[in-house]
Design a binder for this molecule. Structure first.
Ligand code: NAD
Length: 491
């Protein structure tokens, strides 16, 4: 069994309390690791070390040095890709292929932010004052708390880690208590890359203690969080004590609109891709399917037939298409939503229960599930289930589809399928979401920003905006011929 510790001020340490947490494989609930279980005291120590490192010189480190370290770390991630992917699949249950995609993305993220450091971000402003210069420079924001979720453990952590280190911040990472393994491993790689003590810190443990301390502590200048909207709200409140900067990537309930003039086969394929990767545990999953009435019958039939063939199993086995959900508690939450849907009058067409296969009984599996006869007033349509479950609504007109799609507290992502060029222009403008896919779904890449409208978040990750989250802007005005103004103290 793997044994994993925290990394604080350049030392691998056990929790001050000596407590441990067992980490399981969701495929069969077997124990795979024992990790230190930190508390508020450990978080305070890590924050103080990050503060010391930032104020003690790291905050002034030149961009070429930061660039070199990021590139080194990228290469180490590439070198250890297979080990990282193994740990990710072991801890989340997702297929090895998906974990390998994540690791390739993570390598690209570190390379991308290193490349952005070719620029020194200094802007010369045309000063209206004679004999003066005015420049705008970017500086690191300071000490950053970074809290990540369990669905894409290292991917989400790297969306934060790479730009923060590029900007010249010091960081305290806190992975989800359920999925710490790859974040521990990447911390080992950061040590190998040569980051000085106190720059990269790792604390493990529960959100309501360790995470809450990071959100509250006045020595933290920015808190970046990815997770549920309820937790996001708590973090926003906690951060108000010292008005620290807040970056939030929260939940979503993402509409996926299918117009009757679409490429039918491809749209069916993407309706599945949009939801069933990683068993639907994707913030941008297209779980709210909206199909034009004229094609809804054949579309639902095609979906049903493909969903019934999805192969559930061990993420390490060749041929597995979908793994388990993360935990027993999360499985119960999904099952309770299935009951909610039935009670609201939605019609269960596929799945809705655990698989009968004996080999899957120990793990946290639920069959791909499809409800029809849904409408936007239902909780099952409005609330994030975060599992392999699709609700289907139908619509008659484009206007109706857009109005319904925008009728949500969330605003992370949406997609639509049509071959009508004029409709594309209208609908892409009308949808109020941070990402809109046209004849596609769930495609993202490092170069473009990611984030939500409305209650799906604050700020953006990825792209150059992802770096700007971690930068302060300073205006430096220099007067080259200072002379008395003679306003005050005249005789
Ligand atoms: P969660 O909110 O339960 O936990 C996320 C992290 O916050 C964990 O590390 C947890 O320990 C910590 N935490 C919990 N309570 C805390 C508190 N009071 N103070 C500080 N930290 C606290 O979310 P989860 O269940 O791990 O992840 C699933 C959620 O994440 C979904 O809602 C999903 O949509 C969202 N998500 C969003 C994105 C995005 O890009 N917008 C990406 C991935 C996941």
């Amino acid at each position: 069994m793997l044994k994993k510790k925290m990394f604080i001020g350049g030392e691998w340490v056990e929790a001050l309390s000596g407590e441990k947490r067992s980490i399981e494989n969701p495929y069969d609930a077997s124990l795979v690791a024992e990790v230190s279980e930190g508390s508020r005291e450990d978080a305070k120590k890590a924050i103080s070390e990050a503060r010391k490192a930032f104020d003690g010189g790291w905050g002034q480190t030149g961009r070429k040095e930061r660039q070199g370290l990021l590139l080194k770390l990228a290469e180490l991630i590439k070198r250890d890709k297979e080990e990282l992917a193994n740990l990710e699949s072991l801890n989340t249950g997702k297929t090895m292929e998906e974990s390998r995609w994540d690791m390739d993305d993570i390598y690209n993220i570190f390379k991308f932010y290193a490349k952005l450091l070719d620029n020194d971000f200094t802007e010369k402003v045309q000063s209206p004052i004679p004999d003066s210069t005015s420049i705008v420079v970017k500086e690191p924001i300071g000490v950053c708390g970074q809290i990540s979720p369990w669905n894409y453990p290292l991917l989400q952590a790297s969306w934060k880690m790479a730009p923060a280190l590029a900007a010249g911040c010091t960081i305290i990472m806190k992975p989800s208590e359920l999925t710490p393994l790859t974040t521990v491993k990447v911390t080992e790689l950061a040590v190998e890359a040569g980051y000085p003590p106190g720059v990269v810190n790792l604390v493990l443990g529960p959100g309501h203690t360790v995470g809450a301390e990071m959100a509250e502590n006045h020595d933290v200048d920015l808190i970046s969080f990815t997770g549920g909207s309820l937790t996001g709200r708590k973090i926003m409140n906690a951060a108000s004590g010292n008005i620290k900067k807040v970056a939030l990537e929260l939940g979503g309930k993402n509409p996926h609109l299918i117009f009757d003039d679409c490429d039918f086969e491809t749209a069916v394929d993407y309706a599945l891709n949009g939801v069933f990767f990683h068993a639907g545990q994707i913030c941008s999953a297209g779980t709210r399917l909206m199909v034009q009435k004229s094609i809804s019958g054949p579309f639902i039939k095609a979906l049903k037939s493909k969903m019934e063939k999805i192969k559930l199993g061990n993420g390490f086995d060749e041929g597995t298409e979908m793994g388990p959900v993360i935990s027993k508690e999360h499985l119960s939450k999904i099952e309770s939503y299935i009951e909610v849907a039935k009670n609201e009058g939605a019609k269960l067409l596929v799945g809705g229960e655990r698989p009968k296969d004996e080999a899957l009984r120990k793990g946290h599996f639920i069959l791909p599930t499809l409800f029809t006869d849904c409408d936007s007033s239902m909780r099952i349509v409005q609330e994030e289930v975060f599992g392999p479950l699709i609700t289907v609504e139908t619509f008659e007109t484009e206007e109706e589809a857009v109005t319904k799609a925008n009728d949500t507290i969330y605003g992370l992502s949406a997609g639509f399928w049509t071959n009508d060029l004029e409709r594309i222009e209208r609908v892409k403008k009308a949808l109020r979401f941070g990402t809109v896919w046209v004849n596609d779904f769930n495609t993202y890449f490092t170069e473009a920003p990611w984030g939500g409208y409305k209650q799906s978040g604050v700020g953006r990750e990825l792209g150059h905006l992802g770096l700007e989250e971690y930068q302060e802007t300073k205006h430096i005005f220099q007067n080259h011929k200072p002379a008395p103004f003679n306003w005050f103290g005249k005789d």
